[in-house]
Design a protein around this ligand. Structure first.
Ligand code: ATP
Ligand code: MG
Length: 208
């Protein structure tokens, strides 16, 4: 079972991914929580280049290639082996992020972005994706109180609006996989909704 979390900056992805991982562990599943970008030795370097190095002005196409390179290693060397061992893997951001950030946000050729993003999954598509839907400004305000601001967070408001719109478009195209969750609520309320959807999907999958 492969579950991913998506949404604009500060929408609560990490908070909810952690709560879901804890809950599923508590009820007896073996769960791995991971995130993108930044798995492993290469991933850590790539994450630094993409999100931290303010002196580096990356071309959007280079950025796309780096996100995809990070994902290929992550899927091949970490996520797939965990899934094959029967674990539930929860990933904080995955290929939908590439589709919307590089396609809608950076305005690269959408067909190229979709093709590269898809290829970088090595055909591993999530069983469920929780899309935390939150007004951009609310997310950015939450981040200011949290701290730990990345280069991506510092993009102008219009950029983040394009991301939110991009997410809405892909959610409309794949309503079975992508579950839109109202993230403008209390943490526990959001968790309860995510929890019931996840538990139902896990039980359906185990019967199939
Ligand atoms: N439902 C909520 N209501 C209010 N504050 C929240 C809620 N969910 C998370 N937060 C707080 O908002 C901040 C951002 O949450 P979190 O780090 O989970 O978001 P994120 O989507 O992972 O952000 P990023 O895009 O930077 O990875 C944190 O300080 C967190 O405690
Ligand atoms: Mg996060």
């Amino acid at each position: 079972m492969f579950i991913t979390f998506e949404g604009v900056e500060g929408s609560g992805k990490s908070t909810q991914a952690k709560l879901l991982a804890e809950l599923l562990t508590k009820i007896g599943h073996k769960v791995t929580l991971t995130r993108e970008p930044g798995w492993g030795q290469l991933g850590e370097l790539i994450r630094k280049v993409i999100l931290d190095e303010r002196s580096l002005e990356l071309d959007p196409f280079s950025e796309l290639c780096l996100f995809c390179a990070d994902r290929v290693q992550h899927v091949r060397d970490f996520i797939k082996p965990k899934l094959q061992a029967g674990e539930i893997v929860i990933c904080d951001r995955y290929y939908d992020s590439t589709v919307v950030y590089q396609g809608n946000g950076r305005k690269l050729d959408k067909r190229l972005v979709n093709k590269m993003a898809k290829a970088s999954t090595l055909e591993l598509i999530p069983d469920i994706t929780f899309l935390l839907n939150l007004p951009v400004r609310t997310g950015l305000t939450r981040l200011q109180s949290r701290g730990d601001i990345t280069k991506m967070d510092e993009e102008p408001l219009e950029f983040h609006e394009l991301i939110r719109q991009g997410y809405m478009l892909i959610a409309g195209r794949e309503p079975n996989r992508i579950k839109k969750i109202n993230a403008d609520r209390d943490i526990v309320e959001i968790h309860n909704e995510i929890r019931s959807i996840a538990i139902e999907s896990i039980s359906l999958k185990s019967k199939s």
